[in-house]
Design a protein around this ligand. Structure first.
Ligand code: 4NP
Length: 159
């Protein structure tokens, strides 16, 4: 199994959206059995909560169901447990490198490196913004997830 963990701040907007999108893409590709997909946050202020109302609504309009996801805090053990640890912005990358066990500080990467042609290096926080901010974040998340799946199928699944 290939472990993929998406990380943002609260684990109620960006990373659960990425989890839902990537899981749906993996299912469509018939590769569900090959992946373990999860998300977590660098701050525990929303731990136990479902994704934000806007994140759920904007994702639902594109066919992704985020309703059953629950926020949790990321740990150093996560960095060891997941093969791919993907930070939504540079603050998460920095936090993850600090949490990482010795020898694994290079494992966390910026999520948008998976889709360099999309433009931005980070998925900016939509929290507190209007629906358009969530739509823009989801555009980048879809591009990043598609690029990630393409790369992993080529490098890890031999497809
Ligand atoms: P996320 O968005 O990191 O994409 O889940 C945020 C949600 C909540 C907060 C910050 C970012 N907050 O500070 O409460």
């Amino acid at each position: 199994m290939i472990g993929v963990l998406f990380v943002c701040t609260g684990n109620i907007c960006r990373s659960p959206s990425a989890e839902g999108v990537f899981r749906a893409m993996v299912e469509r590709a018939g590769q569900s059995g090959a992946f373990r997909v999860d998300s977590a946050g660098t701050w525990n202020g929303h731990a136990g909560e479902a994704p934000s109302r806007q994140a759920i609504a904007v994702a639902a309009a594109r066919g992704y169901d985020l309703r059953d996801l629950r926020a949790r805090l990321v740990t150093g053990a996560d960095v060891a447990a997941f093969d791919h640890v993907l930070a939504m912005d540079r603050s998460h990358l920095q936090a993850l490198r600090k949490l990482a066990p010795a020898g694994l500080t290079d494992r966390p990467r910026l999520f948008m490196e998976s889709a360099p042609h999309a433009g931005p290096a980070e998925v900016i926080d939509p929290w507190g913004g209007d629906d358009a901010a969530y739509e823009r974040a989801l555009d980048l998340i879809e591009a990043g997830c598609a690029g990630l799946l393409e790369r992993l199928r080529a490098t890890s699944l031999g497809a």
